[in-house]
Write a protein that binds this ligand. Structure first.
Ligand SMILES: *[C@@H]1O[C@H](CO)[C@@H](O)[C@H](O)[C@H]1NC(C)=O
Ligand SMILES: [Ca+2]
Length: 313
């Protein structure tokens, strides 16, 4: 498993959602950057959390930070106060999405690396037309037409402030490559997502992100609900001495060298009207989706809880 993780680091693969047996802390060879991390105990002096701001429905307890409760029409977020100047990094998010809904639940949460933090909005509680990166953990399928997929669904989007996140299409018009399905709700074991940004590579896509943006996580509920909890955020510096320092990394625009070209928002055709070539196009999309999932995620692991570990050793 450690080998796998090293392999991941080397090949700069990214959004891996883990959930199988795992008995060691990952990444013990890298330093956790305290000012970009959030670990228990959360509270500093008084009610504030060192390095973090919170917004909306967010509630801090001793054991988790609840962005939204399992109730309707909530928006919550936590935002890192310190701009992030790491050139290569890995963010490990320990989270829990839980709710009473068996078939209907939502909406999901997002990990952000953006220019404008602390702005409430319509994209899972945060600002649309953002500038930077969003990794979207979408639990509710708004859409049943072409390009739909199972849920919960993990995908990434890079924006320079001009693109709109289209909820009606679950963001498939603007995602980088294809995301993957990951059943992370209501699990008994701990659930983590690891997001790596190494040598401009996020998953299979080339992505250029400026330095000095802000990290955050936000979540929202609408008519459908779920509790969205963050247990910890651990940021690791993966920079190496040979990283280029020549390029101006502060003022560049976020960009991606490859993503699915934005599509116009058109009404769904009736299934019976599918012509043969449309079926071929859909088939090709299916193949791309499978490849995307192989690259993006699909590494599952269950982390044994601290207590269990103590019991076993
Ligand atoms: C922003 O991104 C869009 C879509 O990729 C692109 O067409 C546009 O040229 C970009 N604008 C800037 C200012 O980089
Ligand atoms: Ca959705």
């Amino acid at each position: 498993m450690m080998m796998l993780n090293m392999g991941l680091l080397r090949s700069a693969l990214v959004i891996s959602f883990f959930s199988t047996i795992y008995t060691r802390e990952w990444n013990t060879h890298e330093y956790m950057i305290r000012e970009h991390s959030l670990v228990k105990p959360y509270q500093g002096l008084g009610t504030s959390i060192p390095y973090w701001d919170f917004l909306g429905s967010t509630m801090v307890t001793n054991n988790y930070i609840r962005l939204t409760a399992d109730a309707q029409s909530l928006r919550g977020a936590i935002w890192n106060k310190a701009p992030c100047y790491l050139r290569n990094w890995e963010m490990q998010i320990h989270f829990k999405v839980h709710g009473r809904g068996k078939d209907l639940f939502g909406d999901g949460f997002v990990f952000w690396y953006v220019k404008e933090p602390m702005q409430e909005g319509d994209v899972f509680g945060s600002k649309d037309f953002f500038t930077g990166l969003a990794v979207v953990m979408d639990t509710y399928s708004n859409h049943n037409g072409p390009h739909n997929h199972g849920h919960p669904y993990i995908s990434a989007m890079v924006n320079n402030g001009t693109l709109h996140y289209d909820h009606d299409r679950d963001g498939t018009h603007t995602q980088l490559s294809s995301g993957c399905v990951s059943k992370f709700r209501n699990l008994d074991h701990d659930t983590y997502i690891s997001i790596q940004y190494v040598h401009d590579t996020l998953t299979v896509a080339g992505v250029k992100l400026p330095l000095g943006y802000f990290l955050g996580v936000s979540a929202a509920t609408g008519d459908l609900t779920d509790g969205h909890d963050i247990i910890s955020l651990k940021m690791y510096d993966l920079s190496t001495p040979d990283d280029d320092i020549l390029e101006d990394r502060i003022n560049i625009m976020p960009s991606a060298s490859f993503f699915e070209p934005p599509r116009d928002h058109v009404e769904d055709p009736k299934p019976s009207s599918l012509t043969t070539w449309k079926k071929v196009v859909l088939l090709v999309f299916g193949v791309i989706t499978i490849c995307g999932c192989v690259f993006i995620g699909g590494l599952f692991y269950t982390k044994q809880k601290e207590q269990q570990r103590k019991r076993f050793y």
